[in-house]
Design a protein around this ligand. Sequence first.
Ligand SMILES: NC(=O)c1ccc[n+]([C@@H]2O[C@H](COP(=O)([O-])OP(=O)(O)OC[C@H]3O[C@@H](n4cnc5c(N)ncnc54)[C@H](OP(=O)(O)O)[C@@H]3O)[C@@H](O)[C@H]2O)c1
Length: 316
Amino acid sequence: MNVLLMYAPSATHLSALRAAAPGANFRVASDEPAAAELIEDADVVLGNRYFLQSLPHARRLRWMQSNSMGVDLILRAGALRGDVILTCARGVYDDEIAEHALALVLALARGLHHARDEQREHRWVRRPLRTLVGTRALVVGWGGVGRGIARRLAALGVRVEGVRRRSHDGPMADETGFVVRGPITWRHALPMTDHLILALPLTRETYHLVGADELAALPPGAFVVNVGRGGTLDDGALLEALRAGRLSGAGLDVLESEPPPADHRAWSEPSLLLTPHVARSMESPPFRWERLFVENLRRFSSGEPLLNVVDRDSGY
Ligand SMILES: NC(=O)c1ccc[n+]([C@@H]2O[C@H](COP(=O)([O-])OP(=O)(O)OC[C@H]3O[C@@H](n4cnc5c(N)ncnc54)[C@H](OP(=O)(O)O)[C@@H]3O)[C@@H](O)[C@H]2O)c1
């Protein structure tokens, strides 16, 4: 079995991989031309870097392990053969992304974005601010990230409901104790939602799942946060709602176009708090996905079911 690594492994990580798949040949792609050559006879690819560029040269690929949680880019490229197993890094960054969502929710409620803007202008402006306790949040996307956000908000006294695709349309409590809604009834909760929080993958179904109609259904003064994928929220409709003063603010870590073009309204909208897709931030070795890679390689080489297999039809 030939295993191609799209990253330079540390000695410790490489020896863990070797122990997980005794007898496998390991190769490391150090740049794009090397990846294009080495992928030709690779059975397994670990890591994203150079993957899409080299994929057309793959002849016997059976499994690709991504180090991303969302695999929309890989699927959208459309070049991965249907019989190649794709696994993602689901679960690896849940805590970090949930903390970032919480930071955005708190910053919006306490007006930190306005305070910082006013500090730059040497202005001492005392505004009325909001508290989270007793407010209601709807978390759309009930994977590890969405549930992590829900637990954190609940600890601050927020009444949280979740939304998922495969659910009784409820609303009814799931095993986490939170009330969860399905694809039909979730919109009924919008008029009672103070914080609409998106933690969705980008798929055919989730593209613009939240658009002008959903934003209009929120109560005046609501907040919107997106830490999932740009494209699940219609940015244009959001900016309209912010500019019209119908929403109090929004916090976006992801946008439909990243970075937005220089003349994009997102740069200058004062009630919008932008972070540059850093809910999962830059990392230096050892990478948090290393243990997942080792465990999945062990499973693959011994014929056991892999963790985090992507359902190619659903897109996540
Ligand atoms: N901002 C960042 O830096 C960053 C970093 C990493 C990942 N992300 C994004 O975060 C996303 C969520 O991660 P995760 O690991 O929590 O995902 P996950 O475990 O795959 O869960 C996805 C959730 O979305 C729900 N969903 C999918 N389609 C839906 C639809 N049409 N309507 C309602 N709900 C739908 C799923 O419902 P079911 O439970 O019914 O399947 C599931 O609850 C990733 O896909 C990725 O795009 C962002």
